[in-house]
Design a protein around this ligand. Structure first.
Ligand SMILES: [Zn+2]
Length: 454
């Protein structure tokens, strides 16, 4: 996913100020773009163990970059199932070497490549790390290769969304292992093969993720979030699709408004949509938009291809109308309340008409819970202790859908958007701010270490 954050890396390039490996880019970027620099934390807040984690990550940077380049150069557009599996094999080998038990979940039941699931059991609380192997760039895209565009930036398909996040998962775990801290931790890694175009049916496509989440104390998603290391994601809106079908009494236009004929399907549809707007528009985090409307004497609607036809002379009372749209909300409760209002509106038919509205779940919402806030607070503290400044929550209305949303209500603490930062996701300008590779890996590894001790 991608939301549209600041173009920090490009600004820095323009400033002619390349970063050194291990730099605290958050501080530096903030100063250079004239924002308030983050508060400087007291020194010596990292434990000796945490300092050794950070040192291991710095030492591993050449290997982390090499792995990033290698996986970006393997095309893994969602529908290129061989490519998705090939990227999965690379990460499986890395996790095998760290003592994980890895397995490939076959995706034929949901028409996708499948998923990588890796587990390393231990006495500590179960921690779930979520990545994805696929990108939006299929083999026919002109965008196929990793390209270093400056000392601090690399462009490539999936470099931030989210092969960079996957590399951060691996190198955070490697640092914990080399500091002797991985034993005793209980970590599960799930890298889905179809985040960008989820398999069908969705329940089958997300069963492995949901299974892996059972009993987890925390789940962390390594998407690129808002592309800004000063933010992370603890709430995302979900998506529900709706379809309104209205019937009127067909008649000559000259007889409209007669008691036994009524108002026709077009006036009734206009009433319904306007009532949706007046009763629900403006509610915080709620949006709903009619994307297609067809009305007349005869209507055909092709749901799968999002198109249709309509026919009706000027001198008729319209008999049929179909409207399709989507709705976004931050919690299941908010969806339920809006659906109730919309159903009430539809039920209040004008004379001579009737209507029906149906709702179909798309992505579930990730509501902002106290647990998610607690996990963000821990991550924020880790970042301050590293000298990397505070981390705030992204506005949920700017956060796109992602896989951790399927864990809402299952895992008590969920955080996302802590992967490799950059901008231009889902475009041929997808570019990583490479200075955030070590800094984001350190934040992740030390957060995992602190969670593992709870
Ligand atoms: Zn993504």
């Amino acid at each position: 996913v991608k939301l549209g954050g600041l173009s920090l890396s490009l600004l820095l390039v323009a400033c002619g100020s390349p970063a050194r490996p291990g730099d605290r880019t958050t501080d530096r970027s903030a100063e250079q773009i004239g924002e308030r620099p983050p508060a400087k934390p007291p020194a010596g807040i990292l434990s000796a163990e945490e300092q050794s984690i950070a040192r291991a990550i710095d030492a591993d940077q050449p290997a982390a970059l090499a792995l990033l380049e290698k996986v970006v150069n393997i095309n893994s557009g969602t529908h290129n199932t061989d490519g998705v599996r090939a990227v999965g094999k690379v990460f499986a080998a890395e996790l095998d070497a760290l003592g994980f038990t890895t397995r490939w979940v076959d995706g034929s039941a949901f028409h996708r490549a499948g998923h990588l699931v890796a587990e390393r059991a231990g006495a500590g609380p179960k921690l779930l790390l979520v990545g994805h192997l696929d990108t939006v760039f299929e083999p026919d895209s002109p965008f196929q290769r990793f390209e270093r565009v400056s000392p601090d930036a690399a462009r490539g398909p999936g470099v931030i969304d989210m092969k960079g996040g996957d590399v951060i998962i691996v190198f955070a775990l490697k640092a914990l292992e080399s500091a002797g801290l991985l034993d005793g931790m209980h970590i599960v890694v799930v890298m889905n093969g179809d985040e960008e175009a989820a398999g069908d049916p969705m329940t089958a496509a997300r069963a492995a993720l949901v299974d892996a989440a059972q009993g987890a104390a925390a789940a962390i998603g390594f998407e690129d979030g808002a592309g800004d290391p000063k933010t992370a994601v603890i709430g995302r809106r979900g998506i529900v699709r709706w379809k309104l079908q209205v019937k009127g009494t067909p008649a000559h236009s000259s007889q409209i408004f007669r008691a036994d004929i009524g108002y026709g399907a077009v006036f009734e549809t206009a009433r319904i949509l306007d009532a949706f707007r007046t009763r629900l528009a403006g509610q915080k985090y709620l949006t709903f938009s009619p994307g297609l409307e067809l009305a007349g004497t005869a209507v055909t609607h092709d749901d799968g291809n999002a198109r249709g036809t309509a026919a009706g002379k000027p001198n008729v009372v319209a008999e049929h109308a179909v409207v399709t749209g989507d709705m976004r909300a931050l919690s299941r409760e908010q969806f339920a309340a809006a659906e109730k209002v919309m159903s009430e509106v539809v039920a209040g038919s004008l004379p001579g008409t009737s209507g029906e509205i149906t709702f179909e779940d798309g992505y579930p919402p990730l509501a902002v819970t106290d647990g998610n806030r607690r996990l963000l607070a821990m991550y924020d503290q880790v970042s301050r202790d590293l000298g990397a400044g505070p981390v705030d929550a992204v506005d949920p209305s700017l956060a796109g859908a992602a896989d951790v949303s399927h864990l809402a209500g299952i895992v008590p603490m969920i955080l996302d958007g802590v992967g490799l930062m950059g901008d231009g996701g889902h475009t041929v300008n997808e570019t990583a701010d490479l200075a955030t590779l070590p800094s984001q890996t350190k934040r992740a590894a030390i957060l995992l270490h602190r969670l593992g001790k709870r």
